[in-house]
Design a protein around this ligand. Structure first.
Ligand code: GLA
Length: 405
């Protein structure tokens, strides 16, 4: 095997968390002159189905992925006693510093997520104290795989260790979601932080976003694998699309006189179509249909009914593309190419995953054919768009945890 294909292999298969941790520990010591006292890891996520349903109190069906944010921390040697947090990013090669008493929610940069999480601890009466932090990430940035949620949840997990407090994992997810709202300015639902905090090896999470509880569903059919393919494009420049969709859903729910679109069925919606303008109706039709598809997909998956799971994934994509309008040509091309390969070629189903406007698709494929399928889709994508896609396989991974020395 030449070194190129070895590198490609490392990209395609799960990178070793142990190696990542060793690398971060070493760099921490080089940078701060003392060994790290705590190391925490939190994964990204990929959503199998249930898109743009979380902020409608609906269901989502994600899994944590074998790609982690790892964060190492310790107390500074010279206890200046000023409660300053110094944080360095291996990915960006940057270091920043901020005092705990001045967290500046409006300032937007890569430390927003960390400052937001610190704010959540202060709100709960827990003072982190002065800290040195070093962050590394294997979650592709801007790929719709929740790199920011992974950073928030890793930070919260490290702060738990540093302050000897233990948050309830769902409360930890909420704390991180609030950090995202107030410090990153992104009014997200609970899915990403919940998946990163509560992910379980081998399990999908069927999350009820109203009660904020999850049923663990085993993904244990050895003949099925999860393949993630990145368009490597991101079209959402202003960030205004997501809040706009969210407020359209809230408006639709208000007009229908229900607390959330979760409380409407497809039948109800059809009967009351005239009460919504055509745009709001299409937005609502996506959400209501998607919640139904998610529950059906969870059942079908448990029954091993793969053709039905696949059908629901394609239907989800079409609805996100046509009714919710959060797909983009590159995502559509990837899904079309997967669908063209079809079940005869080992593809069970595929759809865009995450917020949309670029990022990744998720496909369920037959084990043993992952690479061949990824290569074929990659070639077709390059031909049709001129862009290089990147792909990897993942199993459902363990959620946030402290790495024991
Ligand atoms: C983003 C948000 C999530 C969810 C998805 C769409 O990832 O952070 O809360 O709304 O988009 O399903």
């Amino acid at each position: 095997m030449n070194s190129d294909s070895h590198a490609a292999d490392e990209q395609f298969l799960a990178p070793s968390l142990n190696e990542q941790v060793t690398k971060v520990r070493r760099s921490y010591e080089d940078l701060f002159g003392a060994p790290a006292e705590w190391v925490a890891a939190a994964p990204g996520r990929v959503n199998l189905i249930g898109e743009h349903t979380d902020y409608n109190a609906g269901f989502v069906f994600p899994l944590a992925i074998e790609r982690y944010v790892v964060i190492a921390g310790g107390r500074p040697a010279t206890a200046a006693g000023d409660g300053r947090i110094r944080v360095s990013s291996m990915l960006l090669g940057q270091t920043a510093e901020f005092p705990v008493e001045r967290l500046e929610p409006q300032r937007r940069d890569w430390t927003s997520y960390i400052r937001g999480v610190v704010a959540g601890f202060l709100e709960r009466g827990v003072t982190p104290g002065a800290l040195n932090l070093l962050v590394d990430s294997q979650v592709p940035l801007g790929g719709g795989l929740s790199s920011s949620a992974a950073l928030e949840v890793a930070t919260a997990t490290l702060l738990e260790a540093a302050t000897k407090t233990q948050l309830d994992p769902v409360d930890k997810a909420r704390l991180c979601q609030k950090a995202e709202h107030q410090y990153a300015g992104m009014p997200c639902g609970i899915m990403d932080q919940f998946s990163s905090a509560l992910g379980a090896p081998g399990k999908l999470l069927l999350i009820d976003c109203r009660t904020e509880t999850a049923e663990l569903v085993a993904l244990d059919d050895p003949s099925v694998a999860v393949l993630v393919i990145n368009t490597n494009v991101k079209h959402e420049l202003t960030g205004s699309e997501y809040p706009e969709r969210r407020s359209q859903c809230e408006q639709a729910a208000r007009l229908l006189g229900v607390p959330a679109l979760r409380d409407v069925s497809t039948r109800d919606l059809e009967g009351r179509k005239s009460e919504l303008d055509p745009l709001l109706y299409r937005r609502a039709r996506h959400v209501v249909g998607e919640i139904e598809r998610t529950l059906q997909a969870a059942k079908a998956l448990q029954a091993g009914d793969w053709p039905l799971v696949g059908q629901l994934m394609y239907a989800s994509h079409a609805s996100l593309r046509d009714d919710y309008e959060v797909s983009c040509p590159e995502l559509d091309v990837l899904v079309e190419l997967a669908q063209e390969i079809g079940s005869g070629g080992g593809v069970i189903g595929a759809r865009m995953t995450g917020g949309g406007f670029g990022g990744c698709i998720v496909a369920l494929v037959r084990s043993g054919r992952e690479r061949e399928i990824a290569d074929r889709i990659g070639r077709g994508y390059k031909q049709r768009t001129g862009i290089e896609a990147t792909a990897f396989v993942t199993r459902p991974a363990r959620g946030a945890h402290i790495i024991q020395p």
